[in-house]
Design a protein around this ligand. Sequence first.
Ligand code: HEC
Ligand code: HEC
Length: 160
Amino acid sequence: MRLHQLVAGLFLVIAASVQAAPVAKSIPADSMGLSKTSVFDTPEPQVYQYKGEMAGQNKVLPRAYLNAPPQIPHDIADFLPITKDNNMCIACHTLPDQWGKVREPGTATPIPPSHYTDLRRDRNKVTDHLINARFNCNQCHVPQANTTPLVENTFGKRSR
Ligand code: HEC
Ligand code: HEC
């Protein structure tokens, strides 16, 4: 076989395989994300009902893991949004004189010493004030709501 015949043969093989390659299927617009609606829709979000009665009438919830931010066991609808001038959480939870004491039922859990410690500057010093990085409480603490998880969470099931 001559070289030009070989090249021509190769070209035919490549051309045939290109033609046989399957054409990529288009993805339906309603299966691109976790939301089972079309990406062109603007769905109304479901209204979530937070569990829990007024603060002072609940039991605290179990911690998800050691050092996890505890979930809020009470209703917080009246305490949000947290603003620079209005933080209701602080009003009830600032109880540093209660650190290390047994909590009376119905009284708020004191904001712990960790929230008075500036982890950026001096992580060994408990100051006399709440560190601003902890001001926005619901950045880390959340109440439970009647939601169904979009994706099952298997955290902790294997390790324990
Ligand atoms: C009216 C007082 C009051 C206000 C305001 C309040 N809390 Fe509470 N909080 C309580 C009491 C009392 C408890 C103890 C459990 C209970 O009775 O609900 C508690 C419990 C908690 C706990 C559970 C602590 C643990 O050890 O598990 C967290 C977290 C919490 N609150 C966060 C917040 C956040 C965040 C806000 C603001 C959005 C807030 N609280 C506003 C009174 C209050
Ligand atoms: C950056 C995340 C973060 C922010 C912001 C934050 N917390 Fe916490 N909180 C935690 C974590 C993590 C824990 C558990 C470990 C610990 O005690 O430090 C905790 C623990 C607590 C506890 C339980 C203390 C105990 O003795 O069991 C209370 C009450 C609390 N926080 C209240 C608040 C309040 C009120 C605010 C807002 C002023 C706030 N936290 C802001 C992360 C945060």
